[in-house]
Ligand binder design. Structure first.
Ligand code: NAP
Length: 271
């Protein structure tokens, strides 16, 4: 590479692709990454919300480029559709934030397998495919950052729904393996594990009562979760547990000695 080409490539603004950018943690990722002088690709189903966020960001940051892509990540064609739109716009993705997610159907109570399958696609397959599509180019450029938003719910088994925790546990295992695979290529990968966080998540899943029934100190702000997630990623942490309380609890959940105690709380709340 010539000195001029090198200068041009280092001068290029970074671009972050954020899924689930129409609410909660996704909006907060957009705000914090825009403040770090990045261009953005925003993905979610509710395009009007993405457009409003894009307008707000353009007002705050004069030179920012924001592309909005409406996509339902429970559909099998969604990752390829997103990739094609990004390629069409001639954008290189430097930060991939796989954040979209929802509280899912109960495994044994929802009889339609299609609903279960779509949920698993949103929570695991789409994340894996987006990494499959975007990470190789990051390796080639020797720079990339990936956050897969998991949960402390993925750190311990609980009875009840059977899908949400295990799908987040997959993201933790997948992120660790991917991080090790690309560790010499300038690409950092983290599984971000928040605990209870103030977003639209519990309302969307019909779980507002849970929010009202739990003490305030177990809830963290989206601002804290995203700030800690980005900091942990840059520090090269493969698993980032967000929130002091959850950082304290996590070794207990992982301990072979103490894990049986944690399992006693059979149908604990979903985070
Ligand atoms: N809040 C918590 O307590 C908590 C704790 C641990 C982990 N998490 C995780 O954090 C992530 C973000 O959740 P949040 O708390 O910010 O919840 P939120 O406020 O409800 O936001 C969820 C986002 O995901 C998007 N989404 C949902 N289903 C989608 C689909 N089929 N296709 C595309 N996008 C979809 C939503 O956009 P559209 O509806 O517009 O598509 C929305 O932008 C999730 O992975 C969640 O599991 C949350």
């Amino acid at each position: 590479m010539t000195t001029l080409a090198l200068a041009a490539s280092t001068a290029r603004r970074k671009t972050a692709l954020i899924t689930g950018a129409s609410a909660g943690l996704g909006v907060e990722f957009a705000l914090q990454l825009a403040a770090k002088n990045m261009d953005l690709v925003l993905v979610a189903r509710r395009e009007s919300r993405l457009q409003s966020l894009a307008a707000r960001l353009r007002q705050q940051h004069n030179d920012i480029q924001v592309l909005c892509i409406a996509a339902d990540l429970s559909a099998p064609e969604a990752p390829q559709h997103i990739y094609a739109k990004v390629r069409q716009a001639n954008i290189e993705i430097d930060y991939l934030i796989n954040n979209a997610g929802a509280s899912g159907p109960e495994m044994l109570k929802e009889p339609r397998w299609k609903v279960q399958e779509e949920y698993l696609r949103l929570m695991m397959t789409s994340v894996t495919e987006l990494c499959h599509l975007f990470v190789p180019a990051m390796q080639k450029r020797s720079f990339g950052r990936v956050i897969n938003v998991a949960s402390v719910a993925g750190r311990i088994a609980r009875g009840g729904d059977c899908h949400y925790g295990p799908s987040k546990a997959y993201l933790v295992a997948f992120s660790e393996a991917l991080a090790l695979t690309v560790s010499r290529d300038g690409v950092l990968v983290s599984a971000l594990c928040p605990g209870f966080t103030h977003t639209e998540f519990h309302e969307a899943g019909g779980r507002l009562a849970l929010k009202e029934a739990t003490p305030g100190f177990i809830w963290y702000s989206a601002e804290t979760v995203v700030r800690e997630g980005l900091k942990g990623l840059e520090a090269g942490k493969r698993i980032v547990i967000s929130g002091r309380l959850y950082r304290w609890l996590d070794p207990i959940l992982q301990s072979v000695w103490l894990r049986p105690l944690a399992l006693l709380t059979q149908r604990s709340a979903r985070t």
